[in-house]
Design a protein. Structure first.
Length: 286
């Protein structure tokens, strides 16, 4: 009998374990090992190469924060580029903004999209069928380095910097993203748990520095991503975009006309306040 537990292997000396009530899908794809299983506490859970990526119960926190913070900070985003995000959660949240006219999503692994549509349908909630969406199966780094289109917001919903996700933390990727942004554009990206992965924040800020005038991070507390708060990288050429008052964000949010489960205007402005241990580490890069 196979072991009914799933042990995450992201860290060599520390981890979390999930009981697998039922394995819904398990197979190597073209690029990575994919598993989707049921857990009593977290619902359906997806993991890639030994690392938990998303769960039904708390996915809304991550997806709302990685989407609504840049879109509402921008204020008039019409064209959005998503790198990764094969589960469809980011796409779902982006499409809640009626002002968005076109979304391009670049995912390296077509099977991740297909399996998530089948086994995690609530993540995308039909978003892949929206006529505003263009799905491109390609390497994210290669796409941005060769892209001639321009976008108002770029969201990198990448895995950790190991395996296929490693290229999405490299300088060439950030250079490509800058080339793809319209003036006044914003780039955001998943950037790990800084208490457990402190080098990631330092490295990301240093690699963003040649391309963006304003580089920082904002935070969200996602239970699945153990070890403390999750950091989300932020880059633009206008520091004022992350310094809007809560009142300005509240006005934009009200105009957007949808409800959220984690995000709100006070969370938005407060998310840019970083814990001192992260502030101290990032200060080395300035």
């Amino acid at each position: 009998m196979s072991d009914p537990r799933y042990l995450e292997t992201l860290y060599p000396s520390y981890g979390q374990q999930f009981e697998m009530e039922e394995v819904l899908f398990r197979a190597p794809t073209e690029h990575q090992e994919l598993i989707i299983f049921k857990n009593q506490r977290f619902g359906r859970v997806m993991a890639l190469d030994g690392v938990i990526q998303t769960t039904e119960v708390d996915e809304f926190i991550y997806h709302e924060m990685l989407t609504h913070v840049p879109l509402l900070a921008h204020g008039s985003a019409k064209r959005v580029l998503i790198i990764g995000g094969g589960d469809g959660g980011i796409l779902r949240e982006v499409l809640r903004h009626d002002a968005v006219e076109q979304v391009t999503q670049v995912e390296i692994d077509a099977q991740v999209i297909e399996m998530c549509k089948q086994f995690l349908p609530n993540h995308s909630a039909g978003a892949f069928e929206d006529p505003r969406v263009n799905i491109v199966i390609d390497d994210g780094k290669a796409f941005v380095m060769n892209c001639t289109e321009k976008f108002d917001v770029i969201i990198s919903d990448c895995t950790d910097p190991i395996g296929p996700g490693e290229a999405l933390f490299e300088s060439d990727f950030y250079r490509g993203c800058k080339q793809c942004l319209n003036e006044g554009g914003i780039f955001v990206a998943q950037n790990g748990v800084p208490f457990m992965q402190p080098d990631e924040a330092e490295t990301t800020k240093a690699r963003l520095q040649p391309f963006f005038a304003d580089r920082t991070f904002y935070c969200a507390a996602v239970p699945t991503y153990i070890g403390g708060i999750m950091s989300l990288a932020w880059a633009s050429d206008d520091a004022g975009l992350r310094q809007h008052s809560t009142e300005v964000i509240a006005e934009r949010f009200a105009r957007a006309g949808f409800k959220t489960r984690y995000y709100n205007p006070a969370i938005h402005t407060g998310a840019f306040a970083l814990p001192q241990y992260l502030v101290d580490r990032l200060a080395k890069i300035d």
